[in-house]
Design a protein around this ligand. Structure first.
Ligand SMILES: Nc1ncnc2c1ncn2[C@@H]1O[C@H](COP(=O)(O)OP(=O)(O)O)[C@@H](O)[C@H]1O
Ligand code: SF4
Ligand SMILES: [Mg+2]
Length: 336
């Protein structure tokens, strides 16, 4: 870990609530999310499909469709400034210089009617903040990230259309674009999940190598817990719109505390699809009527009466449990 304690975080999300107004009512998805990334840190974010991971990340970049989305409460500080209060100009600067995001589906992120060179060139131009470059210079700069992501024949790649490339190549192109655009924080939201497992693994490892070289901060969302364990410093576990546990990666894997985290660990290797295979029965709740109290209580093997009535706050900071380890569960209430 390279961040210094005491310095202000690169990213700090406080008490974030996101609702979706849909036919039939309001989906109360994010329910007070707190999340912090320090400069240089690699943070893993895990949780089943539908827990609100992508919604949290899209909120940071303000790319949630509004409506149906709404943010009734919360703050998102990037380098000390609340993204939710920014005007278009400041926001554009955050997107071009501060944060970039790689999405799960590599096809959706690329425009089919432009060549890779045109699209990468646009990102290169955008990242130059108005500094004029000749066509030749743009091309030269666009080739560099393609080489970095180990794409064969980058010259030819620049003149290809997305459809001419395989899914794995397209994902590499997306990583190349994110590397050009990002200077400080890279959000990788399940990169490669839509691809073959071995290609996904290659993509995740490539990403890790590149971010290590460039020393950017990373938020990695993946269901591949082995990769989280190997490549991140800190892990957040999310369930049904709440962060439920956070700890240094080593600590979390050595001593998972939250019943949900324990279920996830038992469900390795893949968390996609319905429910947690072999872990905990049941599904993510209906966000139209989320359960009161701890949202996990209908599935929790350790649920108590209080869990049905009150929402647990975070415990652990001042307990025998290690300093960095926090868990939102009444089982640890007395450890403070
Ligand atoms: N555009 C949308 N309209 C309505 N509901 C949405 C929309 N996007 C997300 N949601 C709701 O938010 C929930 C969480 O989704 P998401 O953030 O994509 O989860 P994850 O990334 O953890 O799989 C979904 O189950 C859905 O109920
Ligand atoms: S607060 Fe209660 S229901 Fe929630 S995880 Fe802990 S024991 Fe289970
Ligand atoms: Mg997602």
């Amino acid at each position: 870990m390279r961040f210094e304690m005491g310095t202000s975080p690169l990213l700090e999300i406080k008490d974030l609530h996101v609702h979706f107004d849909v036919y039939g009512g309001t989906l109360r998805v994010l329910d007070g999310v707190n999340f912090t990334v320090h400069s240089g840190q690699k943070v893993g974010l895990v949780g089943e499909t539908g827990c609100g991971k992508t919604t949290t990340m899209k909120s940071i970049l303000r790319i949630l469709p509004m409506p149906p989305a709404r943010i009734p409460r919360g703050e998102i500080y990037f380098k000390g400034q609340d993204v939710l209060k920014m005007g278009e100009g400041e926001l554009r600067q955050v997107r071009s210089e501060g944060i970039s995001m790689i999405f799960q589906d590599p096809t959706a992120a690329l425009n089919p009617v432009f060549t890779i060179g045109q699209q990468l060139g646009a990102v290169v131009k955008y990242s130059m903040e108005g500094k004029k470059l000749s066509k030749k210079e743009i091309r030269e700069r666009a080739i560099i990230p393609l080489k970095e992501v180990a794409l064969p024949d980058p010259e030819r790649m620049l003149d290809s259309y997305p459809i001419q490339l395989s899914g794995g190549m397209r994902q590499r192109v997306c990583i190349a674009m994110a590397l050009v655009a990002s200077r400080e924080l890279l959000i990788a939201d399940e990169p490669g999940t839509s691809l073959d497992v071995t290609i996904e693994d290659q993509i995740l490892r490539l990403l890790h190598r590149l971010v290590e070289e460039k020393n950017v901060s990373v938020i990695l969302i993946t269901h591949t817990l082995g990769v989280v364990r190997e490549t991140t410093d800190r892990v957040y576990v999310m369930y049904a719109g709440n962060m439920v546990e956070m700890a240094a990666t080593e600590e979390l894997f050595a001593q998972p505390l939250h019943p949900y985290t324990r279920g996830l660990m038992d469900a390795v290797p893949r968390l996609t699809g319905g429910g947690i295979a072999d872990g905990i029965p049941g599904r993510i709740p209906d966000y139209l009527n989320p359960p009161p109290g701890c949202r996990f209580h209908p599935r929790c093997p350790r649920a108590m009466e209080i869990c049905r009535q009150e929402k647990p706050s975070f415990y652990g900071k001042r307990s025998g449990v290690s300093d960095n380890h926090e868990v939102a569960c009444f089982l640890y209430r007395d450890s403070e």
